[in-house]
Design a protein around this ligand. Structure first.
Ligand code: ADP
Length: 543
């Protein structure tokens, strides 16, 4: 019984134990399942997350790849030897090469001009050390043979030990800018050359009147070097009387009342004399319309003004000289043709004489003007030959003897054996003019002396003199009387007639014989006119 009870209890206990075990097992496997389910959920979530991240990453990479390759600038990387290890599509397109032809195949310098190679070699080693380079300009040689200007900046990629691994280079296409720069440079060069080589003076002036830039022609006009001019102002060199007018025009230009203006004014030459210039100013403004500086063209018109002055005087004198005898001729002939003097034959005769004398004066004046013009324009060819001076003096005496006789003037000639190399007709014209003047300006009954002397100098020459006992010539007019229409005393011309051209003609003739002519005078003790002529070559050799 006891055994049965024990066995029974044992069975009950076993049952409990089993039940508990089963319970525990059941409970435990439920927990496991729950944990696994949770884990699975978590893994699934993680997986989804990773998938998302991966596709995000792929998208970013694709974007970066697209950005790298299709950026509007070139990218490449060079290893320590300067060989391409990366390059983007943009740069490949510029160069016209495929990636295979470039990567590991070409060095950057293979694509450069000699000038570019020099720049690269100057900078690459330093770049590897410093790790950065900015704004280098290279002209790249493309596969097709065309060229492309780029601006390159780069940073260096280094390893943990600080050793250079590769470059990260960015290149911008600056060909268009370079073309524009080149065009600008060419245009500046053309302007500079035109400015520098202009045959007239050119200058850029600051608004304060400082010379900013001057060309060679202007330096020549003013006698200063470029460096000297650039340290002065227009005011310093402008005649004070002209400066205020100049200033007013400047202000009008700056205020926009004038766009350009021209005027004539005087500058002081470095040597002190005045130079007349014709000025033409324009104002240069910046894009905003602000005045920057003035540009001026300056022409030396001194000679032109002198010629104009001479022309004005000439016209005034000629019109006066021509009108005076013409008025007399017209008056005389008018009286005769009117018949008013029909019953006065003596007065009619006098009118005819007046008309004749004034006609003669007119003819003389016209002849003198034409003579001088022909001599000055080189139209008169002097045919020179060896001449016996005595013959020349005799021929000229014959021309004036009648005039000398009218006032009982004696012309004395000294014996001479001199010979000259000259155009005989022209020397006779000179001598006759000097004798004619001597007779005109000498008192009646006085003496005029003609001498000739061979001067043994190197080279030898003959000195001829025509000396009178007239009223003489003031010393300050001795030179002036050789100029056109110059007469020592205006009242003389009224009294003795003359055109004021005779001595000017004599000087041109003597100059064309390589000689000199001048006047000497001792106050009121008469005048001496001297001139020199070369002696014939054969005779000169004997001397
Ligand atoms: P013109 O026809 O007036 O004589 P010239 O040129 O020959 O012209 O002379 C210019 C001036 O020089 C004269 O008008 C005169 O005033 C002066 N002159 C020339 N020769 C003499 C002289 N022998 N004595 C004084 N004055 C003279």
């Amino acid at each position: 019984m006891i055994n049965a009870m024990v066995i029974n209890e044992f069975h009950v206990g076993l049952g409990i134990v089993l039940s508990l075990g089963i319970y525990w097992l059941l409970r435990h496997s439920w927990h496991d399942r729950q944990a696994k389910i949770k884990q699975t959920i978590e893994l699934t979530q993680l997986n989804t997350q990773l998938q998302l991240e991966l596709s995000e990453r792929q998208r970013t990479e694709a974007e970066l790849y697209d950005l790298y390759n299709h950026a509007p600038c070139g990218y490449h990387s060079l290893d320590a030897q300067g060989i391409f290890i990366r390059i983007n599509d943009t740069e490949l397109n510029w160069l016209g090469y495929s990636r295979e032809e470039i990567i590991g195949q070409k060095r950057f310098i293979d694509l450069l001009t000699p000038a570019g190679i020099a720049v690269f070699q100057e900078n690459f080693a330093q770049f590897q050390q410093l790790g950065q380079v900015n704004n280098l300009e290279f002209e790249l040689l493309c596969k097709t043979g065309s060229r492309l200007w780029v601006n390159l900046s780069a940073t260096a990629v280094k390893d943990a030990a600080g050793c250079y691994v590769m470059s990260r280079s960015t290149l911008f296409n600056i060909s268009e800018r370079k073309v524009m720069e080149e065009a600008l440079r060419n245009s500046e060069e053309r302007f500079r050359s035109a400015f520098e080589h202009a045959s007239i003076g050119m200058t850029l002036l600051g608004l304060d009147g400082q010379w900013l830039q001057v060309n060679t022609a202007l330096c020549q006009i003013l006698g200063y070097s470029e460096a000297e001019l650039l340290t002065t102002t227009v005011r310093t060199l402008t005649h004070p009387d002209d400066f205020s007018a100049d200033r007013v025009h400047w202000q009008q230009l700056i205020q926009g009342e004038l766009t350009t203006y021209a005027m004539q004014q005087r500058y002081f030459h470095k040597q002190g004399h005045l130079v007349w210039v014709s000025l033409n100013y324009s104002l240069i403004r910046d894009p905003a319309g602000q005045p920057l500086y003035l540009i001026a063209q300056i022409q030396d018109v001194t000679t032109r003004r002198e010629i104009e002055q001479i022309k004005t005087e000439f016209i005034a004198l000629v019109s006066h000289e021509l009108r005076t005898p013409l008025t007399a001729i017209r008056g005389s002939l008018g009286l005769l043709t009117s018949g008013a003097l029909r019953n006065y034959p003596e007065r009619a005769q006098r009118m005819i004489e007046i008309a004749s004398i004034d006609t003669e004066r007119l003819v003389q004046l016209v002849n003198d003007i034409l003579d001088l013009e022909r001599l000055e324009s080189g139209q008169v060819a002097l045919t020179k030959q060896p001449c016996n001076v005595v013959d020349l003096i005799t021929r000229s005496l014959n021309l004036v003897q009648t005039e000398a006789n009218k006032t009982a003037i004696t012309i004395v000639t000294m014996p001479t054996t001199a010979h000259v190399w000259a155009s005989p007709d022209h020397i006779v014209q000179v001598l006759a003019n000097l004798l004619d003047n001597a007779i005109k300006f000498s008192p009646p009954g006085s003496r005029v002396t003609v001498t000739a002397e061979t001067i043994l100098a190197e080279p030898a020459y003959v000195l001829l003199r025509v000396q009178d006992q007239g009223g003489g010539i003031p010393s300050n007019q001795l030179e002036m009387i050789f100029e056109r229409f110059q007469q020592a005393d205006v009242s003389d011309s009224r009294r003795v007639g003359g055109t004021g051209l005779g001595l000017a003609i004599c000087r041109r003739i003597i100059q064309q014989h390589w000689g000199n002519i001048w006047a000497e005078s001792n106050g009121d003790r008469g005048s001496t006119f001297c001139f020199t002529l070369p002696i014939p070559i054969a005779l000169a050799d004997c001397n």
